[in-house]
Structures are given as C-alpha cells and as structure tokens.
Design a protein around this ligand. Structure first.
Ligand code: NAD
Length: 483
C-alpha cells in the first residue's frame, strides 16, 4: 500500500494504534486501489487524545502568543517545503488532480498558519472607563477544541480549524473524514517537527460514530464541523444539549447570477470553476447558474465549447484538469441526479455520463432549461453538474436565488457596479463574489447562513469562534454597601 502511515492516530506527539477499532480503507478513486488501511479510534484512543490535549493546553495557554506564532510559522514553512509530497498524498486520497492539489490544498493550509501565526500576538482586550472604577476584558482560549472534517479539502480543512485554535491558545483533536484519513496525520507530524508541544494537535480516525462521540464528550469545549447539512443537524443538536459552541461549515446550492451586461467569457469561466473544479465537490459551488435570457444561448455555446476541452485523466499527471469523484458510490449518486434531471425535463447541454476509463470519473455536465422546482434546483449534488436557469429581471432573480434552505455563497457577474452591490446586498448568503467566484483567501471570513451553517472560518472573524471574552470589573474605591 503506497500511502500507508506508520499508525492510524497521532496523539501526544507520537503515532498511536489500537487494532481493536474497525478497519478503514483509503482508496485511490482514480484506480480503486487501496492505498492505506487504518483503524477507527476506540474509546481508549479517544480518551487518550482528549486527556493529553487537556494537559498540553494548560501550558500552551500560558505560552507567549508571539512564541505560539513562531511555531505555527515553522509549521507553515514545512508545509510549503513539502508541498509536492503533500499534494501527491492528497491526490491519492481524494483523486483531485495534482494541478489543483499543488496550489489549493497544503498551500492554502500554509496560508492559514501564516495568517494566524501573525494574528496570535495582536490579540488584546479592551479597557473600559467607568468613572471612578474601570473594567477590562481578556480574550481567553476555550480549551480543547474538536475539529471534524469533510473529504473534499482534507488538509485545508484541518489547517483552517487548527491554525486559529492553536494561535489563540487552544488544543485541537481533529477527526478527518474516513474517506480521506491521511493528510491530517502528515500535518500532525509537521506540527511535531515544528516544535508544537506534544498533545496540542491530536488526530484520531473514525466514521460518524467517532465524530458523534467527540461532539458529545464533556472534555470538548468547542466543536467545528465541515460536512453535510444532515450531519450538521446531528452535531449541532449534540452540542446544543451540552451547551457547547459550534462552528458549522455545511453544504450549499449557491446561486451565480449572470446579467446581460456581464463579460461573458469571464462569466463562463467562473461558472465552470464553480461547477467543475475538484469535479464539482466544493461546498460553495455556484450550482444554480442564473443566466439572463438575452445572453443565455451565447453562454451555453461558449460553455459547451470550453467544457469539451477539459482534460480528464491520470490525476498524478499535472496536465490533467479533471479527476474522478471521491468514490464509485458517490459517482452513482451523482449519476442518479443526472438521470432524475433528464426525467424531470431539463435539457442536457454537455456531459451526462461516466467516462469510459477506470476510476470514478464523470464528464463535466451542464443542464439548461432547469426550473426552480426540479430536484436538480433544490438539492446539493456535489458533483460536476451545472444547472442553468433563465431569468429576465433583477427582483425576480433575487427572489429565486434566495428561495432555498441553503445560504453558503453567491456570485454576481455584471459591469454595472451599482447593480452588483445592490444585488449582493439582498442575497441571503454568507460568502459572496462580484465578477469572481470561489476565491477564498485566508484574509476573508468564510461561512454560511441558513442551513449552510453558522460561525466563520478565516479572517478576523475566526477570533470570535476560538476565544471567549472575560470581563473584569476593577473596584478602585470603597465598597458602597447599604448594610
Ligand atoms: P459528511 O457530513 O458525510 O461527513 C463530514 C464529517 O462528519 C466526516 O468526518 C464524518 O465522519 C463526520 N460525521 C458523520 N456523521 C457524524 C455524526 N453523527 N456526528 C459527528 N460527526 C459525524 O460530509 P462529507 O460527505 O464528508 O462532505 C461533503 C459535505 O461537506 C457536502 O455537503 C459539502 O457541501 C460539505 N462541505 C462544506 C464545507 C464548508 O466549508 N461549508 C466545506 C467542504 C465540504
């Protein structure tokens, strides 16, 4: 097995194993080859991860923030130095082409570590004058935070959660998706090499049951989940019962609105990125593409011409632009949506079938004449399937764009700057783009509204989600007691 790690878990700065846990197999989706075998965390492994994290966190909270930042900087430098090896690992685990993983995965994780490394030492409280007396606030870490990841951006998700957690003085126990267990372990090794004290970043493996055990464990102070809406509902309910804060980064069905004055080539390019990058397996994808009726035919022609040139193939070949989906089972789900869309009357513009080659590959697919009530318009497909809708007016398209339970992201293409801001102002979405799509620099907060979740990752906003405020009233005179 070409990506077998030394053990399943990484706890307290060392590899840990308990073969009593159920088997997890990591499969390279481009070939079906088993690349690693691991075991789910047993209750003993979970306890070890949480207890060593709690011990380590107490000292870490007392460590000078500038020193915390220095360690995170070293980890970022190691991620960058090993970008190629980490990208290969991510490609094997996810099937995403190297052309993507080289720029979007470990590199994005390194960005997060650098950003929060610099942020760590800038965190301060307030002083609040109260006349004779005064008050001040302290920003304190929360304690042991748990992170639970999805399979589409495994190391990026681990870093987006670990970087702010660690920078602000917390420990993190991270459970990657059972589909992609490997890169979080590589990250844990890098943290250890960078000098992060043992126990502050522990990785344990497991399916939903291990995630649920983390979510309900009283030793976990805060939980951050990246996953689907159904999982989010369960995790938020468990955390709610324990009155524990959560960050929810969930799914979407985001609108991308293309007005008739848009630069159409840019709009087509963005719509393709918003549906075909990572084989469409991106939470914030603009999967409902609303195209003004006046430019619809031209949009579809250009889309078809460009989609037919996408290079699918061996993900390890850097020329490849389209890799497989994460698994055969997921491909079957996505193809069922394609069949359903045809049956409900949507018009297939391109793609629509699996590719005739080994692995879970499918052609970039687009449907036109999609209506708002079709299943394809309402449910997250999480595959390379674009739905194109016609529209005529601004008010109409805003109402239709908002008519969804989701609210992760939204995009607008227009040359009319007033309209761009006006429309974005009325869209119910947490992360929006004007004349761009799916760019998520670490400086910009990222997250959703409505069923797409709450809380934010990245940017200054992350401070709110990995610290708490302590208020301290300072009496400077005699106590005024009536007794
Ligand atoms: P998923 O919900 O099936 O699993 C996500 C994680 O939750 C996995 O680690 C899984 O083991 C764990 N899990 C499952 N059941 C659990 C439970 N009851 N308690 C605790 N943990 C549990 O999602 P997925 O299929 O891995 O990922 C795809 C989904 O993730 C899509 O819906 C996508 O939109 C979403 N996603 C969101 C973002 C974002 O930032 N908003 C980013 C990437 C992916």
């Amino acid at each position: 097995m070409r990506a077998q790690p030394k053990a399943s878990h990484f706890i307290a700065g060392a590899w840990a194993e308990d073969t009593g846990g159920a088997l997890i197999e990591s499969v390279y989706p481009a070939t079906g080859e088993v690349i690693a075998q691991l075991h789910e965390a047993t209750p003993q492994i979970l306890a070890q991860a949480l207890e060593t994290a709690a011990t380590a966190q107490a000292d870490w909270a007392a460590c000078a923030p500038v020193e915390r930042g220095r360690i995170l900087q070293r980890a970022a430098a190691l991620l960058r130095a090993r970008n190629r090896a980490l990208s290969e690992l991510e490609t094997l685990d996810t099937g995403k082409p190297m052309q993507e993983t080289l720029v979007a995965d470990a590199a994005s994780g390194a960005d997060a570590l650098e950003y929060f490394a610099g942020f760590a030492a800038t965190v301060t409280g307030q002083t609040i004058p109260l006349g004779r007396d005064m008050a001040y606030t302290l920003r304190e870490p929360l304690g042991v935070c748990a992170g639970i990841g999805a399979w589409n951006y495994p190391i990026q998700i681990a870093c987006w959660k670990a970087a702010p957690a660690l920078a602000f003085g917390n420990a993190m126990v991270f459970k990657p998706s059972e589909m992609t267990p490997l890169s979080a372990l590589a990250l844990a090794e890098i943290f250890a090499e960078a000098g992060l004290p043992a126990g502050l970043f522990n990785v344990i493996q497991g399916r939903g049951g291990v995630g649920a055990a983390l979510a309900s464990d009283p030793r976990v102070a805060k939980l951050s989940l990246t996953g689907s809406v159904p999982t989010g509902r369960k995790v938020a309910a468990a955390a709610g019962a324990a009155l524990k804060p959560v960050t929810m980064e969930l799914g979407g069905k985001s609108p991308l609105i293309i007005f008739d004055d848009a630069d159409l080539d840019n709009a087509v390019g963005a719509a393709m990125l918003a549906n075909f990058y990572s084989s469409g397996q991106i939470c914030s994808n603009g999967t409902r593409v609303f195209v003004h009726r006046a430019v619809k035919d031209s949009f579809l022609q250009r889309l078809d011409a460009r989609a037919s040139k996408i290079i699918a193939g061996d993900p390890l070949d850097e020329a490849t632009q389209l890799g497989p989906l994460i698994s055969e089972a997921h491909l079957a789900r996505v193809l069922a949506y394609v069949d359903g869309a045809k049956a409900e009357g949507a018009r297939l513009v391109c793609g629509g079938a699996r590719l005739e080659r080994p692995g879970a590959f499918m052609a970039p697919t687009a449907f036109a004449d999609v209506t708002d009530t079709m299943t394809l318009a309402r449910e997250e497909v999480f595959g390379p399937v674009m739905a194109v809708f016609d529209f005529d007016g601004e008010d109409e398209v805003i109402a239709r764009a908002n008519a969804t339970e989701f609210g992760l992201a939204a995009g607008v293409f227009t040359r009319d700057i007033a309209r761009a801001h006006r429309v974005i102002g009325r869209l119910q979405a947490g992360t929006c783009w004007i004349n761009a799509y799916n760019l998520t620099p670490v400086e910009m907060p990222f997250g959703g509204v409505k069923a797409s979740g709450f809380g934010r990752e990245n940017g200054h906003a992350a401070l709110e989600h990995y610290t708490r405020v302590k208020s301290v009233y300072l009496g400077l005179g005699d106590v005024d007691a009536p007794y």
